[in-house]
Ligand binder design. Sequence first.
Ligand code: UDP
Ligand code: MN
Length: 567
Amino acid sequence: MFGGRSYPLPRCWSFYIFICVICQFFFYLVILRNRIHAEKPRSEWLPHENNSDWRRFISRGPKRSEEYYQYNLQLSNTLEAIRDVPRTRHASCDSHTYSLPPSRQAQVSVVISFHNEARSMLLRTIISLLRRTPTDYLHEIILVDDASQDKTLFEDLRPGLGSQGRPWFFFLTNQRRKGLIWSRNMGAIQASGDYVLFLDSHCEVNEGWLEPLLERLALKPNLAVSPVLDLIDPVTLGYKKGNELLKGGFDWSLHFHWLKRDLANQELPEHPFKSPVSSGGVLMMSRKWFLKLGSFNSNLKIWGGESIELAIKLWLCGGQIEIVPCSRIGHIFRRHHAFDFPPHSHEQQQQHHQQEEEQELELSPAQATYLHNSKIIAESWLDDYKNMFYALKPAARRIPLNHTFHQLHQLRTELQCHRFDWYLRHVSPELSLMLYEFAATGTLRNEDRCLHHPGVKDSRQQLILVNCYRDDITQWSLFRSTGQLSTQREFCLGVDLHQEVTLKPCLRMNNTASMSQQWHRMDTHLVHNETHLCLENPVQDRLVLAPCRWHAVSQSFQFSLEMERQT
Ligand code: UDP
Ligand code: MN
């Protein structure tokens, strides 16, 4: 049919096919190269121990003492940028198959705010994240430098981290010190991931830290999760397993505490468990939910109370908090703050007034900040139970607040938040127990002065009567069951063989000598059970036992909170 004329096309075709194959080959080569480049973990081209870049980066930091950082700086500088840490989670966590949401729906933004962190420590935090987080899920790392003194840190860090590809890095700098709370909020606003993780700048995430958290968050959108925090020793930098049998909580002074938890029948210690407060400040949750809850309360200053405030808000307004023991993050627990608390107010005049007030109350800036923040929590969320807080922290009444609670009331209505007694009933029975355990609690006042124990030595002379508004004023508790009158340091008021008033470590109730530490209330008097004599303050700073005289002012003692008066 088509014979007769021979066309040159077939030869031409083979030529075109040859060209196409060559083109395709190059095309795939380019794509493959790009893919390899895109998937190359960023940490590979990060500075590491034998890399002079890493050494140079550290050596360019300011020279400071260990006291400045409150951990072993020298050791941190000599350790590798990434080191092996012990597997601290339960073995069953490794064999479990985690049901993870698709990565496009679970992009994680990490927010790290820091003030004067050592370079080696900050970088170790970042590199552990890069090495031990599945690349698909790690969207970005947002670093907020809260006016650190190391002014060239970001400049020196940026080239090592590269500028293209995931995870994206953002470098935010506060020219003036704004504090952790403001800075974390800023980071969350800047973030664009589905979830936000707040992390301290002296952490090392352990292998497989993210998957157990994501699995839980995918199940409950209004959940906030924390890993179990492993302990990095500030002196040896040794990495030790944290305790999965502890949950986060607080007392009526609004101080954070770790609380022992009981395992329910069949409950394994490695299972996720509900917690009244998250583990310290390390917390991950939906970014939108965090913003909807009003972020960390922006009226809180600098540092302190923010995780308690967020926890109460979460629980009362439809969320939950879980600690997930299969997720482990090491954190340096420092003994003291490594930073100062600047007096902090926008208006000069208010600041001046506030400083005067603080001086009069003999408060350090740290104590004043803590009281200020706690007062906001009490006023925002505790309803009538705020009186419990004021009873224990009378000085807080005199701390001025410079804002109204209008926005907060709006939030409570909008999200139909429960009242605080719901938290007591459903979230923290420990806190409500503290209400019923005591017959009376708080400061112990005689006329215009309060009974105070300044030291830990058990000598009688240690008991003095001082201004009731001192921030460190001793809090006393009269236990309903034992009749013991105890300080927070567990020293009990007692009577010795010479009928002198003593302060000694509290005795157990099965100890026969414990009778000497038993008291009861008769109107405003404190009557010693064994001798039937009354506590009296006849002259300044002297406490004696004397026959009860019901109208004697020197025998009248008031607790700041009487649960029930026994007459
Ligand atoms: N931080 C901050 N600004 C401040 C105080 C603290 O950014 O004004 C940072 C600090 O560097 C750390 C985090 O907040 O990364 C938590 O502070 P810290 O570790 O001292 O608290 P702790 O872990 O002792 O509760
Ligand atoms: Mn910390």
